[in-house]
Design a protein around this ligand. Structure first.
Ligand code: ADP
Ligand code: MG
Length: 240
């Protein structure tokens, strides 16, 4: 579903991603971890073309992301993205947050978009909040709405960039529970997170990135049990 091959990216002269290759097969959940500043956010932003790459190739469901011919709104509806800080539209109700792109990008009529919205709010445990504004919800509730909004586009894959890092501890599990159930329904997911308990339970593969290089890319159980190179050991030693 997602194929990243030999990707190099610079910010100015600074190489932020160095010859990175990995992939996410249909139905797989790949967790990306690594120190702060190692390039995790950049890597997943490149997948839905929020950042351009200078070398290599990224394909999503066969579509070359960096081909100038690629229709970016269409690509971004294929891959939903959830950010650390939710990024809901503050001036729109929850319902309208979820309806907006369905109306504009997918041309769904009001009634179909509303029905889909209500289904998704139910699925993330947020029905009953449709007419509130984001500022009236807790962080965990806002993040569940953000997940519903991404799902409204019927994406083939979902990207998550530290979806629980901005949350108070008691709200982390309500978001991870939604992500766990999505994974168990077969959603293809690429997740940047430091939640290693979640990773161990849900991920099929673990990618460890350090200073722009993919240092490890292994099946989850092996990642947590095998001897690693010193960079991975140092990182895991700090967070486990
Ligand atoms: P992570 O998500 O792993 O913390 P990022 O992908 O955000 O790392 O950043 C990787 C590196 O690229 C860092 O050194 C960061 O300072 C730098 N960086 C990130 N975004 C930009 C940008 N828009 N312009 C210049 N440098 C950036
Ligand atoms: Mg980041």
């Amino acid at each position: 579903m997602i194929e990243i091959t030999g990707v190099t990216k610079y910010y100015g002269k600074f190489p932020v991603l160095k010859n990175c290759s990995t992939s996410v097969a249909k139905g797989e959940v790949v967790v990306v971890c690594g120190p702060s500043g190692s390039g995790k956010s950049t890597l997943i932003k490149c997948v839905n073309a929020l950042e351009p790459i200078q070398e290599g190739s990224i394909r999503v469901d066969g579509v070359e992301v960096n081909d100038p011919q690629t229709n970016l709104p269409e690509l971004r509806s294929l891959v939903g993205m959830v950010f650390q800080n939710f990024e809901l539209f503050p001036h729109l109700t929850i319902e309208n947050n979820i309806m907006l792109a369905q109306r504009i990008v997918l041309n769904r009529n009001q009634q179909i978009a509303r029905t889909r919205t209500m289904e998704l709010l139910e699925r993330v445990g947020m029905s009953g909040h449709a007419h509130k504004y984001p500022g009236q919800l807790s962080g965990g509730q806002q993040q569940r709405v953000a997940i519903a909004r991404a799902l409204a586009m019927n994406p083939k894959a979902m990207l998550f960039d530290e979806p629980t890092s901005a949350l108070d501890p008691e709200m982390i599990s309500e978001v991870l529970d939604v992500m766990t159930s999505l994974a168990s329904e077969g959603m293809t997911m690429m997740v940047v997170t430091h939640e290693m308990g979640f990773a161990r339970r849900v991920a099929t593969r673990m990618v460890f990135i350090d200073q722009g290089e993919i240092v490890e890319d292994r099946p989850t159980e092996e990642f947590f049990t095998a001897r690693h190179n010193p960079r991975t050991e140092a990182f895991l030693g700090k967070i486990l």
